[in-house]
Design a binder for this molecule. Sequence first.
Ligand SMILES: CC/C=C\C/C=C\C/C=C\CCCC(=O)SCCNC(=O)CCNC(=O)[C@H](O)C(C)(C)COP(=O)(O)OP(=O)(O)OC[C@H]1O[C@@H](n2cnc3c(N)ncnc32)[C@H](O)[C@@H]1OP(=O)(O)O
Ligand SMILES: Cc1cc2nc3c(=O)[nH]c(=O)nc-3n(C[C@H](O)[C@H](O)[C@H](O)COP(=O)(O)OP(=O)(O)OC[C@H]3O[C@@H](n4cnc5c(N)ncnc54)[C@H](O)[C@@H]3O)c2cc1C
Length: 669
Amino acid sequence: MPLNHLIRDGDNPDITEERQKATFSTEELAIEIYGEPLAQRRREISAEVLKRPELLDDCPHVFLDRTTKVENSMKKTVAVMEKGSEICDFTSREELGHLVCEVFGDDGFPLSIHFVMFLPAIQGQADDEQAEQWIPRAMRLEFIGTYAQTELGHGTNLRALETTATYDKRTQEFILHTPTVSAYKWWPGNLGKTANYVIANAQLYIDGKSHGPHNFLVQIRDENTHQPMPGITVGDIGPKFGLNTNDNGFLRFDHVRIPRRNMLMRHSKVSADGVYSPPVHPKLSYGAMIFVRATMIRMLAHVVLKAATIAIRYSCVRRQGEIKTGNGEVKILEYQTQQHRLFTALARGFAYRLVGDEVKNLYEKIAEEVKHGNVEQLADLHALLSGMKSIVSYDSGKAIEQCRMACGGHGYSHASGIPEMYAVEIAGCTYEGENMVMLQQQARYLVKGIHRLAHGEELSTMLQYLANTSNNKFRIGESGVDLENALILALEYIARSTIERVTARLDSLQNKGLSAENAWNENAVELTRASRTHTRLWIARCFRDRVHRIENHAIRSALTDILELFLTYEVVDMSQYLYQGGYANSDQVAQVKDAMYKLLEKIRPNAVSYVDAYEVSDTELRSVLGRRDGNVYDNLLKWAKSNPLNRTEVLPAVEKHLMPMMLAAKSKL
Ligand SMILES: CC/C=C\C/C=C\C/C=C\CCCC(=O)SCCNC(=O)CCNC(=O)[C@H](O)C(C)(C)COP(=O)(O)OP(=O)(O)OC[C@H]1O[C@@H](n2cnc3c(N)ncnc32)[C@H](O)[C@@H]1OP(=O)(O)O
Ligand SMILES: Cc1cc2nc3c(=O)[nH]c(=O)nc-3n(C[C@H](O)[C@H](O)[C@H](O)COP(=O)(O)OP(=O)(O)OC[C@H]3O[C@@H](n4cnc5c(N)ncnc54)[C@H](O)[C@@H]3O)c2cc1C
């Protein structure tokens, strides 16, 4: 009985051969990733979707213009809302999430901002009475909401947002106003054509005094006619690099009045007579962003694993060139360069996916405490998520792009599915805080850590490795030190020494009289590097702990290969830092590289089985190259023939423009 459960008759023999080589059960690995009931439920949901044409695309989305794309996704949204509960349990985020992936593919659920920002903002920041008033109706989708914070002129620097909410004591209302063009709200998902309400982030003014940005619930479209409300100008911002089924929008308020109780008042309050009570922590109004940063890690990992699925499967059915002359063309996955590109992408995908679970659990624990007024761990969480969203979005983008290039010319075609994946995923470097900015948020926390240590103060668990100054020599190959431990310690050294060095430089510049702000800016690149090394260490440790907890021996062993590849890759990638301070020499770094190349060989026979175990259906994958059955060439031809340009033999545009030109050229002879 083969261990890979995806073998079927009629598949490309090259891919069947791969599946027969599996040394672990792909079903058991799927259970390790998703958990026992969910792994099975995902398959049932995928099978159900296939039976319902209203949930499937008539043709690949890339063949459609934007208006048709938007209409299709709205139509399918209604089908999911009406019939989805027959297919999956709507109270399970995981089941619903899977249904959404099947039905909508890369662009995700068209109303995602309603669920991932609008509702979480209300849940975390509205008081009980407000929550009771708004949440049930929002959950039933009686109306659609979005989160309107970013403006045309400012997205990063929230303190400079220009939209104002001025309290009018006389009528007990807030007046929302957009004073300039740069104050237009710009970017919110679903704002353009869909949302009826926004959580608007605006500068609160009472009696001429500013209290900084706060969140307000504002109706922008009539619930029945969908026409803009008085004082509202709203529309779509136009096509983007990706996510084109979403109507990201612009919005202007012209002295729009809302009742006092439409300010979200769990943490900050304004009384009827205009008395302001501040929150227990000044950044609690940023809570919805924290939620998305925590959630997006798994979402980004999912895209990497989809791209790896496509590129690894394709690399086993694509033959090109010979390794030994005369022995015939090989599967391109036999090339070490191909394995290096793809298995390291696979390793990052698995690492981020499993670590993403841990991040989500940590977020839920701390968010619950914050809800009850305990903000002790908020700084740790903010720092961690700032780093995580940045590293995972950027390194995932690089991994996906490598997967695309590894598919050669066909990777550049939309038939591969990877260009759309990249376009969607890479937006994660920008939204929820531009990466360079977020890395610096984390760097503040790291620099403070070094200063605390210098003053003999206690460090949070996350930073305790900063005190381990005895870790000053690479111990790879020493007896009693296994590879994993040596690599984790190397990553600790890289992070600690980088943070120490940049902090010392900051301090010395300030001691020489430079202002704190200028000293910071002069070290900003190094500070982002420090942040990167710290976050990569955190991911590595968390991934290692997760793999060590696996009880099934065969699965632990399969994921240990992936873990070790991940660790060697990270250490090689940052090896220049190992030479600083004489921690390692070039022979030791060469040992890490050798270990990495051996792991590529070890992983090779199981490559297809790893991605099979992640179980992304063909419906969700939307890729000709990544099809489960490996029958790529016939289907590439079908895909090309079905594209709208081939509907007529002679294109009307050719008749209209080129033919007359050619005829005219002939007549001149
Ligand atoms: C789950 C996804 C699924 C599907 C989604 C699919 C598609 C979704 C697509 C898009 C969704 C995206 C939606 C959005 O993009 S919404 C808009 C997001 N906008 C941002 O993220 C803006 C980024 N800017 C900021 O967060 C802040 O302005 C800032 C850079 C953090 C600076 O803030 P500021 O108020 O000026 O504070 P500082 O002076 O820099 O810091 C003072 C102090 O506060 C601490 N701090 C900052 N933020 C937080 C926080 N959130 N929580 C806790 N503490 C925070 C900061 O560390 C500092 O602490 P010190 O101790 O050093 O003083
Ligand atoms: C697909 C997508 C969906 C979005 N959805 C929403 C949404 O639903 N709601 C919403 O409110 N917003 C949304 N946004 C907006 C998004 O949150 C912002 O674009 C993001 O926070 C970045 O801000 P910005 O555009 O002002 O970039 P800018 O801040 O202008 O960044 C431009 C450059 O300046 C640099 N920079 C800026 N400030 C600093 C600094 N202090 N130090 C160093 N460098 C700096 C950046 O690193 C970057 O290189 C979305 C954006 C995208 C792309």
